[in-house]
Design a protein. Structure first.
Length: 319
């Protein structure tokens, strides 16, 4: 029986450290075009069952894209999953090659599902939405500083806020143009924004960072985003369910949209009110509404149905 090969890659800004599960060999390649080309050629020779690398703030994107193009099964995973796995097997030391080996062991043991990388347009849209979040955070921080700043520095802070707000407007224009230029995205954007509570921000983040929406069932999409309730029955804890993991940026945008929807979306508002009247805590009720809103959006994209064509009646009852 032919041995299956599982590869782990520790990605840093400058280097790609590669290890194969059950093999003492390891390789190191520069994280640039030349190094990535050599690494992909090496993987073609190995014909691995799966290559796993961690999401490292964007340093992994070029490599992961080239691996997918080369039709090498590739999974990009949350670094926390790998560190938790390392702790569970008693590997606490950290070096680049040790990290590559534990990622390879994680690949062989957990065997995460390979996911297709977003195309270039989706990556560019994702970069714009990420930059939008950064600018909003900077504007908030500067406005907080302005409240307590002395007279000498206030003009400079105010000028910086004005500049950031202009940048934010430009980013918003670029995001809208990106969506407008793509017929597929434009159609999805119109469907998504037909829902009361869903605006440009959530729609753009879904298009860039949740391409699976409309292709999975409601339980799968809830788990992927991180709004699925998970049992935590242990010790004295019984009957408590919590949500965790998933795609944080999508979840954050979904939370903000849900807050709006609890006021202006009749289906979500009624659902939220029923939960609160039943004694559910505000956070629990909002999380349930996030999950319901996500379920509605998932069904709308799956069946290509806008809110205005009876979706509000379909999803009126509690699901």
């Amino acid at each position: 029986m032919e041995k299956k090969i599982y590869v782990g890659i520790d990605v840093s800004k400058d280097t790609l450290d590669v290890a194969v599960h059950g093999d003492k060999q390891h390789w190191s390649f520069p994280n640039n075009e030349t190094g990535i080309t050599k690494a992909v050629s090496k993987f073609k020779e190995l014909s691995p069952e799966l290559v796993v690398l961690e999401a490292t703030g964007g340093f992994e994107v070029f490599l992961a894209t080239e691996l997918v193009v080369a039709k090498i099964p590739t999974a990009v995973v949350n670094p926390r999953q790998v560190r938790d796995f390392a702790k569970s097997v008693g590997m606490l030391a950290k070096t680049d090659i040790l990290d590559a080996r534990i990622i390879a062991r994680f690949a062989a043991t957990v065997q995460p599902n390979p996911h297709p990388m977003p195309d270039i347009e989706a990556q560019e849209l994702g970069a714009l939405t990420a930059r939008r979040r950064q600018i909003i955070n900077m504007i908030t921080a500067e406005k907080n500083r302005l409240n307590t700043a002395g007279k000498t520095v206030k003009p400079g802070i105010s000028a910086h806020i004005n500049w950031l707000e202009k940048e934010l407007n430009e980013i918003n224009r670029n995001i809208k143009q990106k969506v407008k230029d793509s017929p597929i995205w434009r159609e999805k954007d119109e469907l998504l924004q037909s829902v009361p509570g869903v605006g440009t921000n959530l729609s753009a983040i879904i298009l860039a960072e949740l391409p699976e929406l409309g292709t999975l069932n409601r339980k799968q999409i809830a788990a992927l985003v991180g709004v699925a309730p998970l049992n935590r029955d242990s010790g004295t804890l019984r009957g408590k369910r919590t949500t965790w993991g998933g795609r944080a940026t999508v979840r954050t945008a979904l939370y903000m949209a849900t807050l709006v929807a609890t006021r202006y979306n009749p289906v979500i508002r009624r659902f939220y009110e029923r939960l609160r009247e039943a004694g559910k805590a505000t956070k629990v009720a909002l999380t349930a509404c996030m999950r319901k809103l996500l379920t509605i959006l998932n069904a709308m994209l799956k069946y290509q149905t806008s809110w205005n064509f009876g979706v509000s009646q379909i999803f009126g009852p509690c699901h």
